[in-house]
Ligand binder design. Structure first.
Ligand code: PMP
Length: 426
């Protein structure tokens, strides 16, 4: 399968060789590297992508959740075109930012006030900065650490996957076991005084669509409230899982929430928001306010695309329909795996899912680690040959342009993989 991939993609290989002259490993985004080399995409339209060698793909990856609108959505395209007509570097407020902020405040339960950044990473860094100062001003002088979770991913400088070491993590941190209430309580009992924030994904996305157990997340809510610790939900990926984010679906309201990905209409985007008394720390009309600068925080193209995408295209009805469709597709995929009695399955919620080559139910990091990596690589190569664009790690995030026919093609490709590779999936 690997050799077939190499043989089928000579132009992508040549582009990769060229890029390697000027970028380490030919790469400027680690996530997009896969052995033996990543394909070069030259065009996207609707729910389809085309690579440099002319192959067509159904895009089920959806830019790791940022591409929820598919490619070149006409409403977003028109909004960007209109914005371009008026220029795009003002060094001034623009007509879109207040509207995008209001949409977010209206929909996400925990957000009274919001600030924009350029990426989800930056949103998390700023949320932590705010939470730390909030704790200090509340007299919690010893609180200088963050609690994060094994397998958590909060951006290029904030990740806690096994084997990886965080680059430039700006605070001391304590890593707790995800979905383990007692283990986490024990760490809070020991380090609670030192912790100013608990930063958690309500479903771990990059780690493999590992849903947070609602009891675990509720325990975090209760413990942090009792200890005066700021609970931050990283909903950079999961905010798409209901009109009000995964927090609304779970009925658990954190103190702060970070956002990113699709909310900027598919342009560079991030945000952090939360309770009024925390976010007011950033109010420049108040004494001793915290600075939060950034040339592109309100960049015109993102703000215009965001108002069109999040406001007009990904409406609450569309969100519900997309997630219901994701649930149906995942159910079909898992029924195929069960029928064929293979060690293969899909975890996730709504429009997000990840393939795992294991029979263990996906509840903890150990379950994810039990996945057969060779089988996952084979899955990636087979999907690529079948014209399905999916992450090397088996991650998919459906976009709204995928119709029934494309969903069926995805399901059939997985069925073919499962039946053809049955002997290897034991
Ligand atoms: N948090 C989560 C949960 C993410 O999945 C990501 C990106 N995959 C980030 C933060 C970082 O966002 P960005 O890549 O925009 O910096």
């Amino acid at each position: 399968a690997r050799q077939a991939y190499i043989d089928r993609n000579p132009k992508s290989f040549a582009r990769h060789q060229e890029a390697s002259q000027a970028m380490p490993g030919g790469n400027t985004r680690t996530t997009l590297h896969n052995a033996p080399f990543p394909l070069t995409v030259v065009r996207g339209e609707g729910c389809r992508l085309w690579d440099a060698d002319g192959h067509e793909y159904i895009d089920v990856l959806g830019e790791y959740t940022a591409g929820i609108y598919g490619h070149s959505h006409p409403v977003i395209r028109a909004a960007i075109d209109r914005a371009l007509d008026h220029g795009w570097n003002y060094a001034g407020r623009n007509a879109y930012e207040g509207e995008l902020a209001r949409l977010i405040v209206d929909r996400i339960p925990s957000i009274d006030l919001v600030r924009f950044t350029n990426s989800g990473t930056e949103g998390n860094v700023m949320a932590l900065a705010g939470a730390k100062v909030f704790a200090q001003r509340a007299g919690r002088a010893k609180a200088t650490k963050v609690m994060v979770f094994h397998g958590g991913y909060h951006g290029g400088v904030l990740y806690f996957v096994s084997g990886g070491s965080p680059v430039n993590m700006p605070y001391d941190y304590v890593v707790a076991p995800y979905n383990d209430i007692e283990g986490t309580r024990a760490l809070l009992a020991k380090h609670g005084e030192e912790i100013f924030a608990v930063l958690v994904e309500p479903m771990q996305g990059s780690h493999g669509c590992l849903p947070g157990d609602p009891d675990f997340l509720r325990a975090l809510r209760d413990e942090t409230r009792a200890r005066g610790i700021t609970l931050i939900f990283d909903e950079v990926m999961t905010s798409r899982l209901s009109p009000g984010g995964l927090q609304a679906r779970l009925g658990i309201v954190p103190d702060m929430t970070t956002l990113g990905k699709y909310i900027g209409g598919g342009m560079s985007f991030g945000a952090f928001g939360g309770r009024r008394e925390i976010m007011e720390l950033f109010d420049p009309t108040k004494p001793d306010s915290l600075p939060h600068a950034g040339t592109f925080n309100n960049n015109v193209l993102t703000m215009a695309a965001g108002v069109a995408g999040y406001g007009e295209v990904y409406t609450p009805d569309v969100a519900d329909a997309l997630n219901a469709r994701g649930d149906r597709i995942r159910d079909r995929l898992n029924a195929i795996c069960a029928k064929n009695d293979v060690a293969f399955q899909f975890s996730g919620i709504g429009s997000m899912m990840t393939a795992h080559a294991t029979t263990r139910p996906i509840r903890t990091a150990a379950d994810i680690a039990s996945s057969n990596q060779d089988a996952k690589e084979l899955f990636f190569f087979d999907m690529s040959a079948a014209g399905i664009w999916i992450a090397r790690r088996g991650f998919a995030a459906l976009n709204i342009m995928i119709g029934e026919a494309e969903a069926d093609r995805f399901v059939s490709a997985v069925e073919e993989f499962v039946t053809a590779r049955k002997a290897l999936l034991q």
